[in-house]
Every structure is written in structure tokens, then in C-alpha cells.
Design a protein around this ligand. Structure first.
Ligand SMILES: Cc1cc2nc3c(=O)[nH]c(=O)nc-3n(C[C@H](O)[C@H](O)[C@H](O)COP(=O)(O)O)c2cc1C
Length: 314
């Protein structure tokens, strides 16, 4: 299959795996790349050394392109960027901060830059600043979310960005959603949650099972009223956090409550008092497959969805 994204990255299918703090390591990223998409190692919350080791490990596991997700507010940001330029990964996705000042440096190292953006204003700014592509991420997504839905972003952003490929993320877990994004004018999709439920993903089995057991209304967004929304499964922790958020707790208190909970939930399997970040397409997230099986199924479903559209008489 060919879109502007597959041509830009030299990949078979227009699917990239979203960088996911704690869970997207070399094994997951390489498995997605070997399956025809592009995997991403998540550097959020990690040391520069850990990230370098994972990049080197991924190079031994795949000869296909893979990327690294960089959280621009990370304390080790300068070090991480220098290291990635030395290691010359194929591309980076940039979130949680202003990507513009970093584009040139990555380009000089031959690394493609794909910022994650939540609105039209930033989308136009990063297109003008020379980004290679962008991801627009709706609030259906797992993890940190903005204010607009995926559908609203597709409506608002896609017709305005003419020169670089736009990928869509947030609540995309099957082939119907991929087909819908392509129909709307996207050149590809970024998928996070669906890749949590893979044999290659190191998430704790209890966290994977909690996602399988959850249905559409079982996620919530903590911190939304403070502009720091995080979508995750509802549990005792999110209940306590939301109560403190509503009763006007200080941001410092909320930050302290949240500290360490991501790792506790997704990696250590504490699904009661930890955070299990996941998107909203929970009825679709039902089984654990290999990354190859996930991508093959999504592509077959997308093709069936396109055939269905073609069969409709207008
Ligand atoms: C467990 C988890 C951790 C995530 N961590 C990050 C992160 O560190 N950096 C980032 O830019 N996005 C992060 N995301 C967002 C994903 O990269 C992706 O955009 C999102 O999962 C897409 O929505 P979906 O989950 O509905 O597929 C995370 C998502 C999940 C589910």
C-alpha cells in the first residue's frame, strides 16, 4: 500500500505505533517495524542511557525504519536529542512542548521530525517550520489528551495542511478506523492502545487483562480541569484523584498523587491503585495477538471497509 507516509518513511503500511511511556521498548518497536508499520521507542520517563540501549537493541532486531518518541519537557531533553542525533534513528515524534526549535538539529542528523499536535494553529506552525509530517491526536487516545476529538481534528486540520502528510491518532484500533481516517484525507494513523495488547508488549498481564475486560465507558480523564488530562481506566486511584481535583487540591498535591502511578499500573499490574493509560476504543480491544497479526488484521479490515464503501450506491 502506498500513501505519502509510507513513501516518507519507506514502510509497507501507513501505521505507526505511538510512543508509550514504559511499554514501548525495542522489542515492541522492532516487532511493529518488522510487521510492515513503524515502531517507536518511548523515551518518556527514561534515562538517556536506557533509551540509547533500546535504540541499539532495536537495530539488532530489525533492519526496517523505527523511531523514538521524545517528550520535550523531559529533564534530560538536551542529552536525549544529542544521543538520538548520534544514533541516527529514522524519525522522531515530538510531544509535550514546542517542537519548532528542535527541527533543524534533527534534520542536520538526517532524522525525520513528526510532532504530535492538538489543534490547527500548531499544525500550521509546524508545517511552516519544516516538519516532515505530523500526528493529530484526539482526546479518545490513551495517555495525555487535548480538548478536541479525533473526528473534530480530522475535520478541522486535514483540509488545512497541504504540504506534509498528516497522521491521525486517538481511538483507532481496527481497520474500519484506519479506512475512515484515509477517507477523511489522512495519510496514515498512529496507534497506541491496540499495541498494548500484543505478545511483544511488556505491559503486565493484569493490566492487559483489565483492558480486555473494560468496555466503552470504563475510561476516564484525570486532570482535565487543570489542562493536564490523562486518559486511563477508571479505578480506585482515578476516583481518589478526581475527588481531590474537584475539591480544588493544589497542582502540587495532584502531581504528588500521580507520581509513579503509570509504572505501578501498566508495568507492575496494580490495576487498583496504579494508572492503566488506554484509549476509548475499549470494546475493540479484546485479544492479545502478535504485532504481525494485529497489523495484518487491521489491513484486511481496512480493505473490507473500503470495498463496503465502494459497494454503496450514491
Ligand atoms: C500506555 C500509554 C502510554 C503513552 N505514552 C505516551 C508518551 O510517552 N508520549 C506520547 O507522545 N504519547 C504517549 N501515548 C499516546 C500514544 O503515543 C498514542 O498517540 C495514543 O495511544 C493513540 O491513541 P489510542 O491509544 O487510542 O490508539 C501513550 C499512550 C498509551 C496508551
Amino acid at each position: 500500500m502506498e500513501t505519502k507516509l509510507t513513501k516518507l518513511l519507506g514502510i509497507k503500511y501507513p501505521i505507526i505505533q505511538g510512543g508509550m511511556a514504559w511499554t514501548s521498548d525495542a522489542v515492541l518497536a522492532a516487532a511493529v517495524s518488522n510487521a510492515g508499520g513503524a515502531g517507536i521507542i518511548g523515551s518518556g520517563g527514561r534515562t538517556t542511557e536506557w533509551t540509547r540501549d533500546e535504540v541499539r537493541k532495536a537495530k539488532t532486531l530489525t533492519d526496517k525504519p523505527f523511531g523514538v518518541n521524545v517528550m520535550l519537557m523531559a529533564p534530560n531533553i538536551a542529552e536525549i536529542i544529542d544521543m538520538l542525533c548520534e544514533e541516527k534513528v529514522a524519525f522522531v515524534t515530538l510531544g509535550a512542548g514546542n517542537p519548532v526549535p528542535h527541527i533543524e538539529k534533527f534534520h542536520q542528523a538526517g532524522i525525520k521530525v513528526i510532532p504530535v499536535v492538538p489543534n490547527v494553529k500548531l499544525a500550521k506552525r509546524i508545517e511552516a517550520a519544516g516538519a516532515d509530517a505530523m500526528v493529530v491526536e484526539g482526546m479518545e487516545a490513551g495517555g495525555h489528551v487535548g480538548q478536541q476529538t479525533t473526528m473534530a481534528l480530522m475535520e478541522n486540520v486535514l483540509p488545512q495542511i497541504k504540504n506534509i502528510p498528516v497522521l491521525v491518532a486517538g481511538g483507532i484500533s481496527d481497520g474500519r478506523a484506519l479506512a475512515a481516517a484515509l477517507l477523511m484525507g489522512a495519510e496514515g494513523v498512529q496507534i497506541g492502545s491496540r499495541f498494548l495488547l500484543t505478545t511483544e508488549c511488556p505491559a503486565h498481564p493484569a493490566a492487559k487483562q483489565a483492558i480486555i475486560d473494560a468496555t466503552d465507558t470504563d475510561s476516564t480523564v484525570t486532570g482535565f480541569s487543570r489542562g493536564h488530562g490523562v486518559r486511563c481506566l477508571k479505578n480506585a486511584f482515578t476516583q481518589r484523584f478526581s475527588e481531590r481535583e474537584i475539591s480544588g487540591a493544589s497542582q502540587d498535591e495532584l502531581n504528588a498523587m500521580g507520581a509513579g502511578t503509570n509504572k505501578r499500573g501498566i508495568m507492575e499490574g496494580d490495576i487498583v491503585d496504579g494508572t492503566v493509560m488506554v484509549g476509548q476504543s475499549l470494546n475493540v480491544l479484546n485479544d492479545i495477538l502478535s504485532c504481525q497479526e494485529v497489523i495484518d488484521r487491521i489491513m484486511a479490515e481496512a480493505q473490507a471497509a473500503v470495498e463496503h464503501i465502494k459497494s454503496i450506491k450514491f
